[in-house]
Design a protein around this ligand. Structure first.
Ligand SMILES: Nc1ncnc2c1ncn2[C@@H]1O[C@H](COP(=O)(O)OP(=O)(O)OP(=O)(O)O)[C@@H](O)[C@H]1O
Ligand SMILES: [Mg+2]
Length: 278
C-alpha cells in the first residue's frame, strides 16, 4: 500500500469519522478484513492534520507496551527520572494530541483494553513512578474490529463499547473496487485484467462454495501477479487466493478447479452481456 493512498469513494464513512473526531469522540471502525479501515483512518487524520500513532493488537500485547516503561539500566543508574521513561504509543498519542489507532482492539487482552478507559474518559493516565499524563487537545482513539462472525475473537467489553461511536465499513461497490485496483496496483494491469480480478474476487463473497471471501486486497494482488504472468488471471488467482478464502467443503473440489469454474461462469456472463467483445 502506498504511504498516502487517496481514498476512493467512502464519502459517507469519511464524513462520519470526520464528524466524530471533530466532536472529540472516539471511534470504532468495524468491517471485514481488507475493507479499508486503516486507509480511511489514516487519510482522515491526514486531512484533519492530526498525528497518527498506530498499534497492532494481539493476544500477547501488554499494558507496559501500550503505556510505556522505564528504561531499566537508566533507572538502576540514576533512579526513576521522567527522562528515563520510554513512552509507549498511548502516552505518545496523548502528549502529541494525536489519534491512537488501535488495530483489532478486540484481540488485545482485557487488561490492555482497560488502560484505555480513563484515557478515553478523562484524557488522563496514571503511570507508576512517573505520575499523571494528560492528553493534549486532539487526542482520540480510533480502534478497529472485524465483525465477530468472520473470526472467532472476543467481543469488546460493554464498558469499552460505551465509550466508542461506531462507523461501519462494508465491501465497496464494484465501481469503487475497480478504481481502487487501478489506483493501488503496482504493475499497471490492463483494464481487462482489473475487471476480471475484481469480478473473481467479488464472486468469492457471493458464490455459495466459499465460506469466507476475499477483499479488494486480493483483487489488487491478482491484477498485479496476472500482469507479470502474461495476463493469466486464473493462475494469478491460484497464487493470491488460497491465503485469503476458505471453501465450504475443503475436502471437495480443489480451490484451483472452483476458481477455474467461477472464471468460466464470469466469462460466459460477459460474452452473453456483450457478444461483440472477445
Ligand atoms: N476506499 C479506498 N480507497 C483507496 N484504497 C483503498 C480503499 N479501500 C481499501 N483500499 C486499499 O485496499 C487495501 C486494504 O485496505 P486497508 O489495509 O485499509 O484495509 P483494512 O480494513 O485496514 O484491513 P485489515 O482488516 O486487514 O486491517 C489497501 O491497499 C488500501 O490502500
Ligand atoms: Mg487495517
Amino acid at each position: 500500500m502506498p504511504l498516502h493512498p487517496v481514498i476512493v469513494g467512502r464519502d459517507t464513512e469519511t464524513e462520519a469519522l470526520h464528524a466524530c473526531l471533530d466532536a472529540g469522540r472516539h471511534v470504532l471502525l468495524e468491517g471485514p478484513v481488507g475493507v479499508g479501515k486503516t486507509a480511511l483512518a489514516h487519510a482522515t487524520c491526514r486531512a484533519l492534520g492530526r498525528g497518527f500513532v498506530r498499534v497492532d493488537g494481539d493476544g500477547r500485547y501488554t499494558e507496559a507496551r501500550l503505556v510505556g516503561a522505564f528504561d531499566p539500566p537508566a533507572v538502576l543508574a540514576s533512579g526513576y527520572r521522567p527522562e528515563h521513561f520510554l513512552a509507549g504509543p498511548l502516552v505518545r498519542a496523548m502528549r502529541e494530541g494525536a489519534v491512537l489507532f488501535v488495530n483489532e482492539l478486540n484481540r488485545m487482552p482485557e487488561g490492555v483494553q482497560n488502560v484505555l478507559l480513563p484515557a478515553m474518559d478523562e484524557g488522563r493516565v496514571v503511570v507508576p513512578q512517573l505520575g499523571e499524563v494528560s492528553a493534549a487537545a486532539g487526542f482520540a482513539v480510533v480502534a478497529t474490529q472485524n465483525p465477530t462472525e468472520f473470526v472467532a475473537t472476543a467481543a469488546l467489553s460493554e464498558a469499552l463499547l460505551d465509550r466508542f461511536e461506531l462507523v461501519r465499513l462494508d465491501y465497496q461497490s464494484v465501481f469503487d473496487e475497480l478504481a481502487i485496483v487501478t489506483q493501488e496496483a503496482r504493475c499497471a494491469p490492463s483494464a481487462a485484467v482489473i475487471a476480471q480480478a475484481v469480478a473473481l474476487t467479488r464472486a468469492t463473497r457471493s458464490d455459495p462454495r466459499f465460506r469466507r471471501g476475499a477483499s479488494v486486497r486480493a483483487a489488487i494482488a491478482i491484477a498485479d501477479i496476472a500482469t507479470r504472468l502474461g495476463n493469466d488471471v486464473a493462475r494469478a488467482a491460484t497464487i493470491a487466493l488460497p491465503t485469503r478464502v476458505e471453501l465450504v467443503d475443503p475436502q471437495g473440489t480443489a480451490l484451483s478447479d472452483v476458481l477455474a469454474d467461477v472464471l468460466a461462469e464470469l466469462k460466459k456472463k460477459r460474452t452473453s452481456a456483450s457478444p461483440a467483445l472477445p
